[in-house]
Design a protein around this ligand. Structure first.
Ligand code: SDX
Length: 437
């Protein structure tokens, strides 16, 4: 990690006053984005908490990894725009950038790729874990279990205070996620596991483990490999989202990185988060045709109807998610190259987007397509079942989770995360014997 440029205190401060108190709170300025009011002394000095369930206005940490400007639809990784990285980089180059703060030189990238390649195998005893699941288990359930179990096999690298242990764990996780993901898929379809090949690059290796079968030669498709790499780059990191915050909070107690990543996988699974890509395909299936769009738009606007337009809206983006723009382009490219340009789901999604973006309900709330709106359409065309969509999101996001976990562990001011609450439960009362109730 580069020399930590801590946030700058300046002489500005915010004055907070209320019943019988008044306090000056320092304003901290970052390099980009809103200033923050440092409230760390608030409870000690006033006996009061702040309240912000959902963290809509709360910075949970200082970070140098990713910056999002939600109003402008800007996403930067270590200062580089997602558009440039998706266009020019390859996924492991972006992994190196996220983990090491700088783009690698040619030799740095070669040695990083070599290290990742030689950690793609998993302990053969781990294959038994898969047999404990029903074949019909959701692959995300398998991912939670098997990734968490990694800590049972790598006792040699669990000392989180040892930089070498942190480094080898980071490489093991980035390297083994494709292998475990492909195994989860193979197990679900009853096909034999395909071992990783050290002759293949990271993405080709993953597609080989996913789609090759022992009886046939597997033909790599460069268009799909490029599309897969781009999809992984677009999902690699996204600041303090729910799953990354889960990894940080789990890691703040000193839990090992494998257990923390398993916690991140569990959080990502939710349909409001990384599970949305699978939910979008289910929604498009439910809508069925363009003539039903209005009915579902009305449902999405109806407060009494729990239905939401999946793949739409975002806590931070109040503009078009730049990743959705890139994925929309990729959808056209991949479908055309596969000769399925009139894929019905794409037609439906484009029409749904057009109608929603012209509807005042969505305009007033600044609800735009997010990363999940188009990704599933591409993945379906590439041959992935929708149950694997969030697994692919977790595979790609593991490097972001690890970068944030490492940044937190290496922060000299790091302490265990322990939020407070606004208690509205019962006042103190006496226990009553069951015979009196
Ligand atoms: C990801 O945080 C990240 O960075 C996440 C992510 C990443 O890379 O890690 O970007 C990945 O999780 C993308 C989001 C995927 N989820 C979905 O597509 C599910 C559908 N979207 C919604 O559930 C919602 O938009 C959220 C969860 C994404 C954001 O919710 P917020 O910020 O809590 O917003 P909100 O629920 O307070 O909504 C504000 C208003 C409400 O209406 P009012 O009460 O003001 O009248 O907008 C409405 C909501 O009802 N609204 C929607 C809607 N999303 C918000 N109405 C219909 N359809 C939607 N999708």
């Amino acid at each position: 990690m580069s020399e930590k440029k801590s946030s700058k205190e300046n002489n500005d401060s915010a004055v907070l006053s209320g019943d019988g108190f008044s306090i000056n709170l320092p304003l901290l300025k970052g390099s980009l984005g809103p200033d923050v009011i440092d409230i760390r002394s608030l409870y000690k000095d006033t006996g009061k908490f702040t309240f912000d369930s959902g963290f809509t206005s709360t910075a949970s940490c200082e970070s140098q990894i990713t910056f999002i400007d939600g109003d402008e639809g800007v996403l930067l990784h270590r200062g580089y725009s997602i558009e440039e990285l998706a266009e020019n980089g390859d996924y492991l180059e972006v992994c190196y950038l996220l983990l090491n703060s700088e783009l690698p030189s040619k030799s740095e990238l070669e040695s990083f790729k070599k290290s990742i390649t030689y950690h793609t195998m998993i302990h053969d005893q781990m294959t038994d874990f898969f047999k404990g699941f029903r074949r019909a288990a959701h692959p995300m359930a398998v991912m939670c279990g098997v990734v968490g179990a990694l800590s049972a096999f790598y006792h040699d690298s669990l000392d989180i205070d040892d930089p070498q242990h942190r480094l080898i764990s980071a490489h093991r996780l980035v390297a083994k996620m494709p292998t475990i993901s492909a195994m989860a898929y193979k197990f679900s379809v009853g096909q034999p596991f395909i071992y990783p090949s050290n002759k293949l690059d990271y993405v080709s290796n993953f597609l080989h483990m996913m789609f090759s079968v022992p009886g046939e030669h597997f033909e790599q498709n460069q268009i799909l490999t490029k599309a897969m790499s781009r999809i992984f780059i677009l999902h690699a990191d996204h600041e303090q989202n729910a799953s990354t915050s889960t990894v940080r909070l789990a890691g703040s107690s000193g839990a090992n990185p494998f257990a923390c990543i398993a916690a991140g996988i569990a959080s990502l699974w939710g349909p409001a988060h990384g599970g949305a890509n699978e939910a979008v395909l289910k929604m498009l299936n439910q809508i069925g045709s363009v003539k039903n769009i209005k009915e579902y738009i009305d449902k999405a606007k109806d407060k009494n109807d729990p239905f939401r337009l999946m793949g739409f809206g975002h806590r931070v983006y109040k503009n078009y998610d730049p990743r959705a723009t890139a994925l929309k382009e990729s959808a056209h490219e991949v479908l055309n190259s596969l000769g399925v340009e009139n894929e019905p789901f794409l037609e439906l999604a484009l029409k749904l987007e057009e109608i929603a973006l012209n509807d005042s309900y969505f305009q007033d709330r600044k609800l735009f397509p997010n990363v999940d709106f188009y990704s599933g359409i591409i993945l379906k065309a590439m041959g992935f079942p929708s149950s694997m969509f969030t697994v692919l999101f977790a595979l790609a996001r593991t490097v972001g989770w690890i970068a944030h976990w490492t940044e937190m562990i290496e922060d000299p001011n790091q302490k265990i995360g322990r939020p407070r609450q606004l208690y509205t439960g019962s006042m103190r009362r006496k226990y009553s014997d069951i015979s009196d109730r």
